[in-house]
Ligand binder design. Structure first.
Ligand code: NHX
Ligand code: ZN
Length: 692
């Protein structure tokens, strides 16, 4: 990506910096003159005379510069000889200064004066010799000022280092990255895989900016803003980058946290500055990433009192987006993964009035995403991308990018020519399960109990209708786990009660197998139990699926209730507890019964596991037989295949029609005119740019 230029102030004279510098200079001058006003330079004879008559009580001799300074006594100060004029009018001097004709005589002179003064009963003159000259004194005058300057310079350096924008005098300036004709992101919509609907919405916004008259002619108003909402890593920022690359208008990008600074009022000032800049550049797009840093609902967060500053920033944003000032041609995009936390005022029409949901990618989206990332990776030609997509249910786009990179790293480590299937599997295992721990020592007994536990999971999930499709079972320690059963979750849209129960049964299968086949249970199942209990609680409290508390939802999706009060009575709490317990117990008993019924098969799986350490889907299929239920993933793939075939068919038919039209002279003419109507900016004919 081209290095985007930082936005600096182009008129330095208008900058506050110069104002400050002037003040400091004035202070310097004052400091200097104030001290200077107290020294009267006199000729040596006047100095001698004054010293002799007791006008000075202390003399400092600067041996290097050959000067002497006398500190005036009360009597000396009144002597009109030493009066002089400065900026403040006529004043008495505090010191007199003169050049000594020859150095060696000075001590004799002083002795002379002192004996004379002593005779008169006046105090003697004290003498000190100083090597340093006036230069030395100058340093003492200006030293503190130089120090102050140095400090300020250092401070401003530090500030600009952290935040950009150039120094403490620029804190109120927004630090937006500007992308325009000269520096573009090289991301286009073609680099954004999946997200079909979000892309349409976003493309429409780009369209608004390209030809506004098409919309305004019909009386439609150009939207002010759109909010990209979705889990982390799903490509919100990527989408915004694509907008920056495709919209032929300036694109100002900022992160929500850029508005947060330790100084009061800085956030609000930055918001105003950002919008001011945007208005100058209009039509343009503002993008605020992680807007929840400023846009969180006001007065609702737990540490109240400390968030006034953030509220000011938010208020500034609200007024800028929809205030009295018209900001035509400025469209705000913002990204967040917590839309429910945002202030409602930010979401009302006129502000971020469109919410674009960017969901985790579906199976077919994941295939596309894999294909985008695999463009830059040397992969084995036999790599089954569809299977990769199947095994990455619940992964975000960023996770998939990570898988591809990790796979390439693993292949490089093994000095392979190309990245193959095993590398991808290793990458997924590593990302989901953590590092393999080969160094962990496991006895044969332990191996057997781990295998019993994992075989229990495998058996139950295989034999229940909604059990997730099993990929493999391993007893190789990885991360915190000693063993694991790996599934390719189905990613169901509608989850029936039975699916939750089956999943719980599968989770309890490990512990149940321990009880049934080992006669005792271990601590290892804690994670299984945690997940299982969570599902049971959700079943009762969120989905309203339990018999005793049907159709009730006690959760709070708005996140406004801080959890201080429970929305149900003590009796209900008791019922909830009982229901959760009952459901879990039922599933546990069910798991034990299934395991007892299929004991021989379970033990076969266990023994195979002890023998091989890793067994796969097909090994389990051989022991337990084919599953009788159709997997949703398979169905999706069938639908997808039909879709692709249909599209291919349509394309073929279109080609044939075109061929027909070659012979039809009437149809020929409008065909030639057609390209003139197509907007020049979007040219669907160009191949995707492979410039990454
Ligand atoms: C221990 N670990 O802590 C050992 C080292 C029952 C054969 N003494 O259920 O490995 O016992 O089906 C996330 C992932 C705790 C959080 C795994 C928290 C594992 C895993 C404890 C198998 N597979 N348990 C399992 C397991 C253990 C643990 C976790 C976690 C065991 C079990 C861990
Ligand atoms: Zn387990």
């Amino acid at each position: 990506m081209a290095q985007p230029k930082r936005n600096r102030n182009k008129r330095p004279l208008k900058n506050l910096y110069w104002f400050y510098a002037l003040i400091i200079l004035a202070l310097c001058a004052l400091y200097y003159f104030q001290d200077g006003s107290q020294v009267k330079t006199v000729d040596w004879t006047t100095f001698e005379q004054g010293a002799a008559q007791g006008d000075v009580d202390k003399i400092v001799v600067f041996s290097e510069s050959g000067t002497a300074e006398g500190f005036l006594t009360k009597q000396g100060e009144k002597n009109p000889k030493y009066e002089f004029q400065n900026a403040m009018g006529i004043t008495d001097a505090k010191k007199i200064k003169a050049t000594i004709p020859s150095n060696d005589k000075i001590q004799d002179k002083i002795d002379q004066w002192n004996s004379a003064l002593g005779a008169e009963g006046k105090p003697e003159i004290k003498v000190t010799y100083e090597k340093g000259s006036d230069l030395m004194k100058l340093f003492w005058y200006f030293g503190p000022i130089i120090l102050i300057f140095a400090f300020m310079y250092f401070m401003s350096k530090r500030m600009s280092g952290g935040a950009g924008g150039g120094g403490i005098f620029n804190v109120g300036k927004s630090k937006a990255l500007v992308f325009d004709k000269n520096n573009k992101t090289n991301v286009t919509f073609k680099d954004v895989a999946g997200l079909a609907e979000a892309k349409v919405e976003i493309e429409e916004i780009v369209e608004f900016l390209k030809n506004p008259q098409r919309y305004t002619e019909l009386g439609a108003k150009i939207p002010r803003g759109a909010l990209l909402v979705g889990p982390p890593g799903t490509g919100k920022t990527l989408l915004a980058k694509a907008v920056a690359g495709e919209a032929n208008v300036p694109f100002l990008s900022m992160s929500g946290s850029d508005f947060v600074e330790m100084f009061v009022g800085v956030g609000a000032a930055r918001v105003r500055d950002l919008f001011k800049q945007a208005k100058e550049k209009a039509p343009c797009i503002i993008f605020i990433d992680e807007i929840d840093a400023v846009g969180r609902a006001r007065g609702k967060n737990p540490n109240m009192g400390s968030n006034d500053e953030r509220e000011n920033t938010l208020n500034a944003m609200l007024t800028e987006m929809d205030g009295f000032q018209s900001n035509n041609g400025v469209i705000c995009l913002a990204a967040t993964n917590r839309a429910d936390m945002l202030d409602k005022a930010l979401l009302r029409p006129g502000r971020f009035d469109r919410q674009i949901y960017v969901d985790l990618p579906e199976l077919t989206d994941r295939i596309e995403i894999f294909n985008v990332h695999l463009r830059n990776i040397k992969v084995n030609s036999k790599l089954d991308v569809e299977q990769l997509a199947r095994q990455t249910q619940g992964f975000s786009g960023a996770d998939i990018a990570n898988v591809c990179n990790e796979a390439a790293l693993i292949a490089a480590r093994n000095e392979k020519e190309e990245v193959d299937w095993d590398d991808f599997m290793g990458a997924i295992d590593r990302i989901v399960g953590g590092l393999e721990k080969k160094s962990r020592i496991i006895t044969d007994d332990e191996k057997k109990s781990i295998a019993t536990h994992e075989a229990g999971h495998a058996t139950i999930s295989w034999l229940t209708q909604y059990g997730n499709p099993l990929l493999k079972v391993t007893i190789v320690p990885r991360g915190r786990a000693l063993g694991a059963a790996w599934y390719a979750p189905e990613g169901r849209q509608i989850v029936p009660t039975q699916a939750l129960l089956d999943e719980m049964c599968g989770l309890l299968g490990g512990r149940a197998a321990e009880e049934v086949f080992l006669g005792e249970v271990g601590t290892g199942a804690s994670n299984d139990l945690e997940r299982c209990t969570k599902i049971a609680r959700a079943l009762v409290l969120v989905y309203g699926m339990s018999d005793k508390l049907p159709n009730l939802n006690y959760s709070d999706s708005t996140g406004q209730d801080m959890g201080f009060t429970k929305p149900y009575s003590e009796e209900t709490a008791k019922i909830i507890d009982d229901e959760v317990k009952r459901i879990i117990n039922e599933q546990y008993d069910r798991a034990k019964n299934i395991l007892k019924e299929y004991a021989t098969q379970h033990n076969k799986i266990r023994d195979l596991l002890v023998e091989r350490e890793v067994i796969f889907h097909d090994d389990v299929e051989e022991i337990l037989g084919k599953r009788q239920w159709k997997s949703r993933t398979d169905e999706i793939m069938e639908i997808n295949k039909k879709d692709i075939e249909k599209k291919a068919q349509e394309a073929k038919e279109n080609d044939e029609h075109e061929f027909d039209s070659l012979f039809d002279k009437k149809k020929k003419k409008p065909k030639k005119e057609e390209p003139a109507l197509v907007d020049q900016d979007d040219d669907p004919g160009t191949p995707p740019p492979f410039n990454k």
